[in-house]
Design a protein around this ligand. Structure first.
Ligand code: C5P
Length: 420
């Protein structure tokens, strides 16, 4: 995925103090990679493992990779009052992996070791990356604890799905360290992107470009890479949202904390979007949905030896964004904020913004993000410039910059429209 929040130049930023809490799960070994990424970005990281975490990965590993002393209890170097100092000084606390036990202690304000004490004294953003077996994640006790923590403004990622420790598979894997690191950077670098202002909100994002079959191997498609939608998913998750990401043909790793629903065609995207919109507070349609599809895709591959088709008959696809707006007007959908994207080029009749304003009125959504896409801008690139048009007539200009910055500005605009 485009990493616009780290990489060259990151070390030039002032070092930030990060506490990396590690609790006792097998995924503790993956926290070593997360630690390496955080220190390579120039941050001053203090690792605070629990007793149980040290059974999986020993103290020398954490000390060597962090270049800092490691303590688990509140008694080591007690003259420095570490249980207060670490939390107070931290710019960010990341707990990865966060076990069910650690989440329970944090939710109930228990403080029986250095990590849980630090969580009580920290006033900075706190990011939990849970990892556990599916049953433990789905247990009502864990569900309630996660809701409590999110309600207090902590960012609690949803675990990824896949192979677990045994031969079983399911939801419970630690999100990829690179993705956790990326969210950590976002929380460190965007103090205005307040973690927690989307806490408890369900945000549905569509991303990528649909493919409309001509035959089983050929399709009509478009150039959308899905980057902007994936950036938005990462930022919304960092701000506490529960994100569902309907991704059409996107070749990027799923952002941490998002439930990924892969789709292919506009029709598949439509079905997935309508289903997920039922529970959503916010829907953001960044996907480039094909407006037309071949009316009669061939059942079998069209052979070179077949007669060259003189023309391809197309039929219109439904406008999903407009359908969502209609469903809300008819009282069938409770979504509070609906956002569209418009990739525009000016033409002989009007400029990009006039097209955008007309489209906002036509679609009836609350916000429309207008991109100028001429001269190779926007598609597949890591930066973007846009204007966010609101139904009340206001306009926010986002100058050319990383897609994560546009994503954060869009989250600001969305948050402002959400009922309290
Ligand atoms: O009309 P236009 O395709 O430019 O509108 C773009 C916006 O409408 C995007 O938010 C896109 O996701 C959405 N859209 C849609 N269904 C379509 C076409 C576009 O939801 N069939």
């Amino acid at each position: 995925m485009a990493d616009s929040t780290s990489g060259p130049g990151a070390a030039a930023e002032p070092p930030r103090r990060v506490v990396l809490g590690v609790s006792g799960g097998i995924a503790a070994y993956k926290a070593a990679e997360l630690l390496r990424r955080l220190t390579e970005s120039g941050h001053d990281v203090t690792v605070v493992p629990t007793e149980a975490a040290l059974r999986f990965v020993g103290e020398p590993t954490w000390a060597a990779l962090s270049h800092n002393p490691v303590a688990t209890d509140v008694w080591t170097a007690a003259e420095q009052v570490p249980h207060v100092r670490l939390g107070r000084q931290a710019d960010l606390v990341v707990v990865a992996p966060a076990t069910a036990d650690l989440l329970a202690k944090a939710a109930h304000g228990m403080a029986d070791d250095l990590l849980t004490n630090t969580l009580l004294t920290a006033r900075c953003p706190v990011l939990f990356a849970p990892a556990m077996h599916t049953e433990m994640w789905q247990h009502p006790a864990t569900v309630a604890n996660v809701a409590t923590l999110r309600g207090r403004g902590a960012v609690v990622l949803d675990p990824a799905s896949g192979r677990l420790t045994g031969s079983d598979t399911g939801q419970g894997r630690l999100p990829e360290p690179a993705e956790i690191a990326r969210l950590a950077e976002l929380l460190l670098r965007r103090p205005d992107a307040l973690p927690g202002d989307l806490a408890g909100r369900r945000v549905l994002i569509t991303a990528g470009g649909t493919r409309e079959a001509l035959d089983p191997v050929r399709f009509l498609g478009n150039r959308s890479s899905g980057r902007q939608g994936f950036e938005l998913a990462a930022v919304a998750a960092a701000r506490g949202a529960r994100v569902t990401l309907v991704a059409a043909n996107v070749e990027l790793p799923g952002p941490a904390g998002s439930e990924l629903i892969p789709v292919g065609s506009a029709e598949e995207l439509r079905t997935a979007t309508h289903a997920a919109a039922k529970d959503a507070d916010v829907v953001v349609m960044t996907a480039a949905v094909a407006d037309f599809r071949p009316a009669a895709p061939a059942e079998f591959k069209i052979k070179k030896t077949d007669a060259v088709p003189a023309s391809i008959e197309l039929t219109g696809n439904p406008d999903i964004l407009a359908e969502l707006v209609q469903a809300r007007s008819a009282g069938r959908l409770g979504v509070a904020v609906i956002v569209g994207f418009a990739a525009e080029t000016g033409d002989r009749h009007a400029d990009v913004l006039s097209h955008g304003r007309a489209k906002l009125a036509r679609k009836g959504c609350d916000l429309l993000v207008v991109n100028a896409v001429s001269e190779g801008r926007a598609f597949g690139r890591e930066d973007n410039a846009a204007v966010i048009l609101a139904a009340d007539g206001s306009e926010t200009d986002i100058p050319l910059g990383p897609k994560s910055v546009l994503a954060a500005a869009l989250c600001d605009a969305i948050t402002a429209l959400l009922p309290g």
